[in-house]
Write a protein that binds this ligand. Structure first.
Ligand code: AHR
Length: 657
């Protein structure tokens, strides 16, 4: 980043803060009322939004290393190089939903070779000494056993691991072996030779690290799943995002295609392949390998309430004028049934059709799903009339499920103003709001919910992120700090804001379509952004109840560039105060805790600070720790806590009883 640009970003912060600076000698007098334990903070308050964008699932969290493993991309050999005699076949398929397979035949000469080579997702990440599980469905044409040679190749075209596999049958069978590379490489490939003089048919060629999240065969990338677990999310929204809708209804995310044997989950296009022509990814498809079962399991693993979103019978409204592309209102039965069946798949007893499938996949117990989003970023009457039909049918059968409606794609405006009253009329439980906005907007909107109607549905801030256009939308400290400031407003209004999820979640450094994103990764490692750490600090310090925190009897929403909120944690018996200082001056704060019991003593507990004088600071693969939370402290004198809120900082202070 140029000095000039840094200056501009920094200048922006300074500008936002002007308006009566507290002089260095003055101390801000905050008051925390410990007596009035306020509204509960929902355990779902801080969570995750997942979508297969930026190689989030295929090429990302889903640990499969082979791209186009079933040869069913529209260009059947995309991602593959072939040599020698290789035929693409589709007749009499082994897996009807993914019909394509290959025939490898002898080259007819000892010095010529037949085989295939897969390029992975911008390469394959191999770690020295780790085991990789190769598998393939194969059969030979004759009774003579055939041999395949499986090679792991590094970025210099060296063989770094090799094993032979014997195909012994004329019937389709799954073969497996493990290979361990002798060096580490993040741009490796998989090469398969026909190493005998005959013919072999192959289908669903797969390569996974053995060391996946929870050691599951064919599972998730361990480091990425761990990063999610470390966030301690309360809720987990899936599978999007626009992906829910599809560019047309045929390509919407159809959850039923994402369950059962992975080999037979049909390929779907991924709209992020072509959404932006300036970031075009013609090799981006959805295998559904990370499908709804894997999603529910991961939610359970990381202790987050699953919140699936289903299609409401509308294809993406950005891409389709009303209403030819959409499902007519009178013909929604199949779509509504899909939603009901998803509830059955998650929660139904094992003697129901979908509950039985869940049990067969390995989870007889219910996933205890409680929330369901109906539609993504929908708008207009066409949404409301469809939502009404869904709501009626789901309420009738599953009154226990909390339904989430949309307020459109923007934080305000015509659609937003039309939809909120409609959501109230339809009595949805939560309304999904989305805002990808500037730093200025985020700071200004710390008061957004202070005057929201308390009688209507609760708020789910289902997609949000601070977009700092001046930096090219970097995940920089400025954006994280503005989000932290804004989130004091979410916390203060936790009586009506029940959930919030930053978006998008993941991005591959070599294959992203959208930024900023919370977690970046390459084929071997992960980078947590400053925005990640802000989310984590909120989620780890959710507390159980809102407390009233004031300065001159006012909520702290930007006076002198300070933003603050507080919660009580009944379980840990502590007060947790979050303070954001968006100025370039350090601020002295005296926090007086009133309403304490007689003789009640306090101690300073864990205190954490994120601070950086460079608003443009980012974490990168080369420097992952430019902005990370550090331990800090505060001083206690009776019931007064002295906090030195450093310039450009976000601090979380725990005061225990
Ligand atoms: O998060 C990226 C996209 O932004 C989502 O798919 C969509 O819902 C929103 O417009």
């Amino acid at each position: 980043m140029t000095i000039m640009r840094k200056f501009k970003i920094y200048g922006l912060l300074a500008f936002l803060l002007c308006g009566g600076m507290l002089n260095a000698q003055q101390t801000a007098q905050f008051t925390l009322d410990a007596k009035k334990i306020g509204a509960p903070v929902q355990s779902t308050m801080y969570g995750l939004f997942f979508e297969d964008i930026n190689f989030g699932a295929d090429g990302g969290l889903y640990a499969e290393l082979v791209k186009n493993r079933s040869f069913d991309f529209p260009q059947n050999l995309m991602g593959w190089n072939t040599f020698g005699n290789v035929e693409v076949l589709k007749s009499n398929p082994l897996f009807p939903n993914n019909p394509t397979y290959l025939k490898l035949s002898t080259s007819g000469h000892n010095h010529k070779h037949t085989g295939i080579e897969n390029e992975g997702f911008r390469g394959m990440g191999f770690k020295k000494g780790e085991q990789y599980r190769f598998s393939v469905w194969a059969k030979s044409e004759s009774d003579a056993p055939q041999k395949l040679r499986i090679n792991l190749i590094d970025s210099h075209n060296e063989v770094i691991g090799s094993k032979d596999l014997e195909v012994k049958s004329k019937e389709w069978k799954k073969y497996e072996l493990e290979i361990s590379p002798k060096t580490t490489d993040k741009n490796g490939r998989l090469r398969i030779f026909l190493a005998s003089q005959g013919e072999v048919y192959i289908e669903h060629v797969s390569l996974f690290p053995v060391d996946t999240w929870k050691g599951r065969n064919g599972g998730l990338r361990k480091d990425l799943a761990q990063a999610l677990a470390d966030l301690q999310p309360g809720v987990f929204r899936f599978p999007g995002g626009c992906i829910v809708e599809g560019t047309d209804l045929d390509t919407r995310y159809d959850w039923k295609k994402s369950v059962g044997a992975v080999e037979n989950r049909p390929l779907n296009e991924n709209r992020w392949h072509y959404t932006f022509t300036h970031r075009f990814f013609p090799d981006y498809y959805q295998t559904y390998g990370l499908g709804f079962y894997e999603y529910f399991l991961l939610s359970e693993d990381i202790g987050a309430e699953p919140l699936p979103v289903v299609n409401v019978g509308l294809a993406c409204q950005y891409q389709n004028e009303c209403c030819v592309a959409h499902q007519p209102v009178g013909e929604l039965d199949d779509y509504i049934q899909d939603a009901l069946d998803l509830i059955e798949f998650a929660n139904g007893s094992t003697d129901t059709k979908w509950g039985k499938l869940r049990a067969e996949m390995g989870h007889p117990a219910s996933f205890e799903m409680k929330f369901l989003g109906i539609g993504n970023e929908q708008w207009g009457e066409e949404y409301v009339e469809r939502l009404a039909a869904f709501s009626k049918a789901i309420r009738a059968k599953h009154p226990e499920i909390k339904l989430i409606g949309s307020s459109g794609p923007s934080a305000d405006g015509k659609e937003f103003d039309y939809l909120w009253p409609e959501m109230k009329r339809l009595k949805v439980d939560l309304v999904d709001e989305h805002y990808y906005q500037t730093p200025e907007w985020f700071l200004k909107s710390a008061t957004r919910y202070d005057n929201y109607d308390r009688k209507g549905p609760a708020v789910f801030a289902g997609e949000y992120a601070c977009h700092d256009h001046a930096s090219g939308k970097d995940n920089n400290f400025l954006s994280a700090l503005c989000e932290a400031a804004f989130m004091t407003g979410l916390e203060r209004n936790a009586d009506i804001v029940h959930m919030c999820t930053y978006a998008p979640l993941f991005a591959h450094v070599d294959a992203w379509q959208w930024k900023p994103d919370m977690i970046w990764f390459d084929n071997l490692s992960v980078v947590k952004t400053p925005n990640y750490y802000v989310q984590q600090l909120y989620a780890k310090n959710t507390g159980t109840n809102v407390l009233n925190l004031t300065w001159n009897k006012q909520a702290i929403t930007g006076q002198e560039g300070l933003y603050a909120s507080a919660v009580y944690d009944k379980n840990e018996k502590c007060y947790i105060v979050k303070v954001v200082n968006t100025t370039k001056e350090s601020k002295a704060i005296n926090l007086t805790i009133t309403g304490l019991r007689k003789n009640q003593t306090l101690t300073i507990g864990e205190c954490t600070l994120m601070q950086n004088m460079n608003a443009g600071a980012v974490n990168t693969l080369e420097n992952k720790n430019a902005v990370v939370p550090q331990k800090t402290t505060a001083t206690l004198n009776g019931n007064v806590v002295a906090i030195a809120a450093q310039a450009n900082s976000f601090g979380v202070y725990k005061i225990t009883e």
